[in-house]
Design a protein around this ligand. Structure first.
Ligand code: ASP
Ligand code: MG
Length: 813
């Protein structure tokens, strides 16, 4: 098509040798960014290429704020204006020098003088677009000047000088006229890079227009189409289009290619990758849009175009946290007809003939538009609006033929799916959910769909002996563990302070980091926040001895956490709490492992579960389950005083700070309860017959007084020793339970006299022993013995639980 003043060769040359590049506001956020963009423009753009730019940083937002403030009393508008002026002129001064700098500063000052006249009410400017246009104008002018300063031939063009459009909610471009004007400005000057303002155009009455927020992507393909170029490159601060929004999802991968239909479906479903109008002007057979990183130019880019062979494959997982359902009664014929005229396509729609209803799902942002439309139409209105829904979708060609489609459907089964179906062109699977989305759900779905190594976030509660030893162990084991899953410690806490870092806390010097970075926290509040942690699964290691933490187990499970406990308080809680914990755990399908709560690292629970898994039945378990008691009694004889031993145990840290905790056998009661419950027996505190070693008159005094009056224990203890010795026996503190044939449980804890040669009488002080009788081990018991306490064996036991958890979680996918 002939254009006055240009030869056909010039027009052809522009189409063949020119490419278009686009840089958004965040690529031009400061002087450093400008320099980077200038380098890309010189190195990666051809000598005659056109570069479309947005306003620098958040300039558009700042101008909007000034416009708003100018309507109100006070000097806010002036203050904002001062800030914007110093930002813009700061960029000029930092990037330019000499005459060029003076020139641009003078122009900038003129522009800001106009803003000031407007704010002061001395100049009327109708429409926001006129002032908004300055944002793009400033960046085009500055980038062109910077390029010239660096010796690259460059000029800027105000798009309003060529781009003509009719004002409408989506401005209608006057193509022939705009093309002729653009070509006249560009085609005669091969060897000059032109920097063009994005976002803006000129209306038929000569007024400024904008193309809508983030409209520069659209400007870029528009300019490309007018010149009929083959390629438009959109430079972003991320490397192309990813398998999901990298701001919401961890471990996304960037895609080598997307075809037009896929890209369009993504935009239609509200994915923020590109402005939805970007594809409108494109000649699909000719043009390719390349999305590329300006921060890492060497990274893969995504090419959007028309490709010969497209395999069926799910490419992008996208979501909307809030969508609105409109329910329409099908009997309402007039309304149903009218809806065909609505110039807004629903995200998803379906009919339920059995209920005579149709459902339309819209983006939350369109709610206002539709409500207004509904008010205006003159048909009786039976539309019901339903809130509280969200959408997740998987976009890709021939999606139904992929394995991912099946996975998607299957994995959503656990969610509250209102409707699942295919998008109109068969290149998306869409689910409307009657629930909120949280980051963990999205991450899990994404990793299941794209088959990535899944991730587990670990929160460590309690940073005492065991916590410290486990963190050390984890550091050494990390590489091996990470082969199964991406496991990271995301938080370490004591009862008051928490150090949380979702990307994983640095473990090399964690104690001093903890001192520096830990903040006061409240566990119940943290729970509400945790679902946002970007992990497929979360586990809390309860290494405390705190009852309040145990009371929170139901909430922990309900908030999606798995639990590994060294804390005995939950497993041995009173029956009512224990039931609640178990119920919620099953309801939310969470794992709970607590192998170290009995016998520390000894493989007791593995043995029990393994036997039961084989079909054997446990008949009784008895033995010495307390390291403290073992130590005290194995050392006790006619030459020693029991009170001295207690004092020594306390001093060496073998006992609880108040030794009565051990002597009253509370610790043993807990272990017995945990064991009995582990094999499915109903047992509560009052079912256990306990003979405490603390006489009544020493029970209700302070811990200090008790330590002073320790020798009052000696008389009854000596008497016991002598009585046992009469039959050649020694006293030992035993715990036991047995199951009767009627499935009743007998449990008791107390002193028993044991023949001197018996193995129970000959343990190493501190050693635990568990004697297990089953249907099959009925003549000779299965015996497990060894240290039942200590930080290394316990930390090892916690690690064993973690391994077990990883195995179960991997099996579950
Ligand atoms: N500067 C405009 C905006 O912020 C256009 C763009 O960035 O694409 O919306
Ligand atoms: Mg922008």
């Amino acid at each position: 098509m002939a254009i006055e003043g240009l030869t056909e060769e010039q027009i052809q040359a522009a189409a063949e040798s020119v490419q278009v590049h686009k840089f958004g506001g965040s690529s031009l956020a400061d002087a450093f960014c400008y320099r980077r963009v200038a380098r890309i423009v010189t190195e990666y753009a051809g000598a005659s290429d056109v570069v479309v730019v947005s306003a620098a940083g958040d300039t558009t937002n700042r101008i909007l704020a000034i416009l708003r403030a100018s309507q109100q009393a006070g000097d806010t508008a002036t203050i904002l204006l001062d800030q914007l002026e110093s930002f813009q002129q700061g960029l000029i001064s930092e990037l330019l020098s000499g005459e060029l700098e003076q020139q641009l500063l003078a122009l900038s000052k003129e522009d800001f003088a106009r803003f000031r006249r407007f704010v002061a009410g001395e100049e009327t400017i109708t429409g926001d677009a006129e002032l908004l246009s300055y944002g793009e104008l400033w960046s085009a002018r500055l980038l062109a000047a910077l390029l010239r300063k660096q010796g690259t031939r460059a000029e800027h063009i105000d798009a309003r000088d060529f781009l003509r459009a009719e004002d409408a909610p989506e401005p209608i471009i006057q193509e022939p006229e705009s093309r002729a004007e653009l070509l006249r400005r560009v085609a005669p000057f091969p060897g000059t890079r032109f920097i063009v303002t994005g976002f803006i155009a000129r209306g038929l009455n000569n007024e400024s227009l904008t193309l809508g927020r983030n409209g520069s992507d659209y400007s870029a393909t528009l300019v490309g189409s007018l010149l009929n170029v083959k390629q438009v490159t959109i430079w972003k601060d991320v490397a192309g289009v990813y398998s999901a929004d990298p701001r919401k999802i961890e471990r996304v991968v960037s895609l080598p290619s997307l075809d037009w239909a896929e890209a369009e479906e993504l935009a239609r479903l509200g994915s923020p990758v590109l402005h939805p109008r970007t594809f409108q002007p494109v000649n699909r057979e000719r043009m390719v849009i390349s999305v590329r990183s300006s921060l890492k130019v060497e990274n893969q880019q995504t090419r959007i175009g028309q490709f010969e062979h497209t395999e069926p494959r799910g490419k992008v997982f996208t979501s909307l946290s809030e969508v609105v359902l409109f329910k329409v009664e099908l009997n309402d014929k007039a309304l149903v007809d009218k809806l065909n005229e609505l110039d807004l396509e629903p995200l998803f729609a379906w009919t339920e003939p059995e209920n005579h209803q149709q459902y339309l799902v819209f983006h939350q942002n369109h709610l206002e538009y539709i409500s207004r439309w509904l008010e205006q139409i003159d048909v009786g209105n039976t539309v019901t609006q339903i809130r509280g829904y969200s959408m997740v979708a998987l976009v890709g060609n021939r999606i139904q033929e992929t394995d991912q489609y099946t996975t998607f459907k299957l994995q959503l089964g656990e969610q509250k799916v209102r409707r699942f179906g295919l998008g109109e062109n068969g290149n998306s699977a869409i689910a409307i959910l009657e629930q909120q989305l949280d980051s963990r759900l999205l991450n899990r779905l994404h990793s299941q769909l794209f088959n990535y190594r899944r991730s587990l976030g670990v929160l460590v509660l309690g940073r005492g002996n065991i916590g410290t030893a486990w963190l050390e162990l984890f550091k050494q084991q990390r590489d091996r563990i990470n082969q199964m899953m991406d496991v990271r410690v995301i938080g370490i806490a004591n009862s008051k302070r928490l150090w949380l870092d979702y990307s994983g806390v640095e473990l090399s010097d964690w104690t001093s980091n903890f001192d520096r970075l830990a903040r006061p926290y409240v566990l119940t509040e943290l729970l509400r926040e945790l679902p946002n942690a970007p992990y497929d699964e979360l586990v809390i290691l309860d290494l405390t001895d705190a009852k309040p933490v145990a009371q929170l187990y139901p909430s922990l499970f309900a908030n999606g956490l798995h639990i590994i406990s060294a804390n005995k308080r939950a497993g041995s809680a009173e029956e009512s709490l224990y039931r609640e914990i178990r119920t919620i755990q099953h309801e939310y399908k969470r794992e709970w492992l607590y192998n170290t709560t009995v016998g520390a690292g000894l493989p007791l629970n593995y043995a029990i579960n393994d036997l039961r898994g084989q079909g054997d039945e446990i008949r009784s378990i008895s033995g010495i389950f307390s390291g403290t008691m073992s130590w005290l009694f194995e050392n006790f004889n006619a030459e020693t005083k029991f009170s001295d031993l207690v004092a020594e145990a306390k001093q060496r840290g073998y006992s609880e700070p108040d030794p009565r905790e051990d002597l009253s056998c509370q610790d043993l009661v807990r272990k017995l309860l945990i064991l009995a419950r582990e094999i499915g027996l109903n047992l509560d505190w009052e079912d256990i017959n306990v003979n405490s070693l603390v006489p009544e008159h020493l029970q209700n005094i302070s811990a200090e007084q008790f330590m002073q009056r320790l020798n009052e224990l000696d008389e009854p203890m000596d008497a016991m020793l002598q009585e046992a010795a009469k039959d050649g026996k020694v006293p030992r503190l035993l715990a036991s339970f047995s199951v009767t044939d009627e499935k009743r449980v007998k449990a008791q804890i107390g002193i028993e006299y044991i023949p001197e040669g018996d193995m129970l009488a000959n343990l190493i002080p501190g050693e635990n022993i568990f004697v297990i009788y089953t249907d099959w081990y009925s003549e000779m018991p299965l015996v497990i013995s060894g240290p039942g306490a200590g930080k290394h064996v316990t930390a090892g036991g916690v690690q064993s639980d973690l391994n077990q958890l990883l195995a179960r979680l991997s099996a579950a996918t």
